[in-house]
Every structure is written in C-alpha cells, then in structure tokens.
Design a binder for this molecule. Structure first.
Ligand SMILES: C[S@@+](CC[C@H](N)C(=O)[O-])C[C@H]1O[C@@H](n2cnc3c(N)ncnc32)[C@H](O)[C@@H]1O
Length: 211
C-alpha cells in the first residue's frame, strides 16, 4: 500500500502548483526548522476561517506567527488571541504580522498557556491547539468548555509522526506518543462534539460543537 508520506508529498506538490502570499515565510521557517504547521494544515485553517468567519479565535502556540498569519489573512472582522510563553517568539511574530498587514487582527498573550487560560473570561468560535503536547489534554478540556455552539476545535500533531499508530520500542523520555494516544481516544469520544482526526499534516483533530 502507498505510504502516508508519499500521499502527503503528492498533495503538497499539488498545493505548490498555486503559489500564495505565505509561501515565502513558510519556506523560510521550514528551512530554519521552526515547528510550524504543514502547508496542507495551513490551507485547511485558512479554509475553515473563510467558511466560518469566526469572531474570536484562540490559538495556543504562536511560535513566530505563521499559522496566525494564515488565519488572519482570511479573517474579515474577527480577532485572534494567540498564546506563547516565549517573548522572543512573540517579538518576531509581531514583526511578521506587520509585514503581512495583519497586526491589528491579532492579540498576543505572552505566558504559559496553563497560567493564561484560567484567566480568559471569554468564549471562542474557533480554538486551535498547537503547543506542548503534554498539555493537550488540559487544553482540550479548556477548549471543550469555552467553544461556542457550532464552534470548532482543531489540534495539530495528533499522529506524532506516526508513533501513535506504530509506537516506538523505546518511548521517548516524556512518552509524548503515549500521551497523544490517550488524547486521540479522549478527543474521538468528546461529548457534545462531532469529532474526527483528519489525515493531513501530522494528523489534525477537527471537532465541531453540536447544537
Ligand atoms: C508547534 S509551535 C506553534 C507553531 C504555530 N502554530 C505555527 O504553525 O506557526 C509550538 C509553540 O508552542 C509554544 N509553547 C510550548 N509550550 C507552551 C506552553 N505551555 N504555553 C504556551 N506556549 C507554549 C512554543 O514556544 C512554540 O512556539
């Protein structure tokens, strides 16, 4: 059977047939080995924003702003709140937002998600989780409780490079693949949500809150 990698290479090659304005920053960040979402995931985030036009988006894990930019470029009136504990990442993200003319649509919240989330007194139409994998289970609990009716939760890296499907003989020290294996089960059974994991990027969780 054809491998998942080969399918990704093929779909990426098709995506690359039509260049867009974020290709340059994607190429730069990928070269520098920044852990940003894959292009197919970026495209899916953009499409979700285009279809839904969320008023409020929460992103957990800004890095230097690639996925925020991808979403903000398609956002007409909404606002993105993006969390990262690294001030140096946020400094770079601000420069990138200015470059792409989206700085007025994004509010950066600098600090550990674990500290910031409990103080966020709002609900969101879309929540995108892409930070420390060990925190995912708590972030999912937060998202499930803070997403509006028909709101969307997206979670990146749910396949963890395939290790949730073929676990390594010796798990890494923090056993991230074990945590994600548990998370995927929890996510798939999420009460009140229509949830599934899409085979794009490194596995993208996609859940919509039922009415
Ligand atoms: C995978 S990167 C995010 C990539 C970004 N979403 C993109 O595609 O452009 C993960 C980010 O989460 C941040 N992070 C990790 N643990 C965190 C935590 N506990 N609280 C807040 N941010 C965290 C890291 O500093 C890193 O920049």
């Amino acid at each position: 059977m054809i491998s998942f990698d080969k399918i990704s290479q093929y779909t990426d090659s098709l995506i690359n047939l039509k260049p867009d304005e974020t290709d340059e920053i994607y190429a730069y960040l990928s070269n520098k080995k920044h852990p940003v979402v894959k292009k197919d995931v970026a495209r899916f985030l953009a499409q979700t924003v285009m279809i839904r036009q969320p008023e409020k988006i929460l992103e957990i894990g800004t890095n230097v702003g690639y996925s925020s930019i991808v979403m903000a470029l398609k956002l007409k009136k909404g606002r993105i709140y993006s969390i990262d504990y690294r001030a140096d990442h946020h400094k770079k993200a601000r420069e990138n937002f200015l470059r792409y003319g989206v700085d007025d649509k994004i509010e950066l919240l600098t600090g550990y998600a674990q500290d910031i989330l409990p103080g966020l007194e709002m609900t969101f139409d879309m929540i995108f989780i892409d930070a420390d994998k060990k925190g995912y289970s708590d972030y999912l609990d937060f998202a499930a409780a803070h997403v509006n009716e028909t709101g969307i939760i997206l979670i990146d890296n749910m396949f963890w490079k395939g290790s949730v499907i073929e676990p390594p003989d010796t798990p890494d020290e923090r056993n991230i693949s074990g945590s994600l294996t548990d998370l995927n089960i929890k996510f798939s059974k999420l009460k009140g949500f229509n949830a599934q994991i899409l085979s794009i990027g490194d596995g993208l969780g996609f859940a919509v809150k039922e009415k």
